[in-house]
Design a protein around this ligand. Structure first.
Ligand code: SF4
Ligand code: SF4
Length: 348
């Protein structure tokens, strides 16, 4: 068995669903990425556009100067259990909706541990201390491009990597190593064909013709990373979503056939809205600290929950929201409550 095959076997033994190898440069997809930044489609995520991040995305040797090979790895997670793919923004609901990836313990820690273990396996196989650098999600590297380059799948119209077996219900990560390993062949098949289902299903028209996402319109960005008010034009489209959005993945025919991972969620997929709104900051921390939902912070979570209450059509939320508005000190949450009340009382 070649060293590469042994590394791949080691990765699979650690729970990674697949693994592939590519050259470090040229960084695949860098021109498209720079165009996306130039159009301002990264919204308020200024860290994506800072000089070091852009330089590192052009050449991962900024992260590991001795890097000779990028090892791309995918980890599968279970899809949502029951999302109505074309859920109407005004559907009546007393529960909110949390995106599938966020239902498990925070993947950053879990995947980082696996990458550390993989580095140890590689050291043993090489017989010396190999220099390596672990990248999980937040590291400035073009994950999808490298994964495609390593033969793991294609970039779908909704910008995500689609693995032929696991679809897009995956997290990507990379281990940069200073070993020279033969690159895999890129994934050349165009898996989307003429399909436009996700483009048409996106509730805010966030999917761009060049397979990028305009974060300024994307409900995933707006409910997670966004620290400000939800722009009024997207509040109805949020429907019951209180963290993230699975729509463009749920409607995808490739994903419907995907082999799914069997993992037990750490939190409820559809938490009760009134209960979620009542959570104190301490209770929010206790419930969500170990999951990606923590990323929205207490303020963003309450903003999203209030918005979903407004979209619920439930009149019994009116007194709850009215009482909360009297004491709410967070202006972003107050704005959301105010909008929800207007929506529920027919003043919008
Ligand atoms: S996550 Fe939701 S809002 Fe964002 S592109 Fe996909 S369907 Fe559109
Ligand atoms: S829904 Fe269709 S266009 Fe969108 S990612 Fe899936 S296959 Fe590609």
């Amino acid at each position: 068995m070649s060293l590469k095959a042994k590394i791949k076997a080691g990765a699979l033994s650690l729970g990674f669903a697949d693994c592939g190898f590519s050259n470090v440069v040229p960084a695949p997809g860098i021109e498209q990425y720079q165009g996306w930044l130039a159009r301002g489609q990264h919204a308020a995520m200024a860290y994506l556009a800072d000089e070091r991040a852009v330089t590192a995305r052009s050449d991962p040797r900024v992260l590991l100067p001795s890097c000779r090979t990028v090892i791309s790895l995918i980890t599968a997670y279970p899809p949502p259990s029951s999302e109505s793919p074309r859920a109407k923004p005004n559907e009546l609901s007393v529960t909110g909706r949390i995106a599938a990836f966020a239902l498990l313990p925070d993947y950053h820690g879990v995947i980082k541990e696996r990458l550390v273990e993989l580095a140890k396996i590689i050291n043993e196989l090489a017989g010396y201390e190999v220099e390596s650098y672990a990248c999980v999600d937040s590291a400035p590297i073009l994950e999808g491009g490298y994964a495609q380059q390593a033969g793991l799948g294609w970039i779908g119209r909704n910008s995500l990597l689609f693995h032929p077996k696991h679809g897009s219900w995956t997290n990507l990560s990379e281990l940069l190593v200073n070993l020279e390993l033969e690159p895999d062949l890129p994934f050349e098949e165009e898996g989307c064909g003429a399909c436009q289902i996700c483009v048409l299903a996106c509730p805010t028209n966030a999917i761009q013709p060049d397979r990028s996402i305009d974060a300024r319109r994307c409900l995933s960005y707006l409910t997670i990373e966004n620290r400000n008010e939800i722009p009024p034009e997207f509040r109805r489209a949020m429907g019951a979503r209180i963290f993230g959005c699975d729509t463009c993945q749920s409607v995808c025919p490739v994903n419907k056939k995907a082999e799914t991972a069997a993992l037990v969620p750490a939190i409820e997929e559809s938490p009760d809205l009134a209960e979620s709104f009542r959570l104190t900051e301490g209770e929010f921390k206790q419930t969500y600290r170990r999951t990606p939902v923590w990323r929205a912070k207490y303020s963003g979570f309450r903003r999203n929950v209030a918005n979903a209450m407004g979209n619920s059509g439930r009149q019994n939320f009116v007194p709850i929201l009215e009482a909360a508005l009297k004491t709410e000190s967070d202006t972003i949450v107050a704005d959301s409550i105010d909008w929800a009340l207007s929506k529920l009382t027919g003043n919008l």
